[in-house]
Design a protein around this ligand. Sequence first.
Ligand code: FE
Length: 210
Amino acid sequence: MFRVLCILALAFIATSESKLHCTLPPVDIPKDWITVPDACTKAMKEQVQVELTAAMTYLAMGAHFNRDTINRPGFAEKFFKSASEEREHAMKIMEYLLMRGGLTSDISSMIKDPRPIRTSWDSAYKALKDALALETEVTKKIRNIIVVCETPTDAPDANDYHLVDYLTADFLTEQYEGQRELAGEISTLGKMIDTHGPIGEFLYDKKLLG
Ligand code: FE
């Protein structure tokens, strides 16, 4: 008897849960307000992956320089901070596309499997040079998106002024400032190593800690 009651109770729960499932039909929202050209949306989605790859690379740098065998807490802190900034860039691009209706359907192409470009470095000097090369590549990609969004192949007359302005003002400015900062750090660290040998990296790490 008890077993029968249990089966009936389970059947009742299963029926109740199925009734709770949302069965609302898809809402028919007009699409005219979505004006970002497809080629431009595609390029922006690809940039999310680029920013996440940069975030993973800086995360790997932070972890590498924080290892007990490396122990450069100043560089680790710097690279962990950069990782957070890159993740924020990815989120800013997503938020922009969400605002313009560019993510009404598929988002899987945006977040695939971002991997760091490498996971260990021979020295902080080499890591800084990798960081500058990475930022230079990211800048090139943002400039390419601007070109695509100014004259999209699928709609040559549909210059997306707002998006182009957003990328130019927000993203490119930060890229150029970041590149200059890294170039300056490579310069100073290089001189310190030339003058003091390996202890130059140790001293520069202390400087980064303030
Ligand atoms: Fe970035």
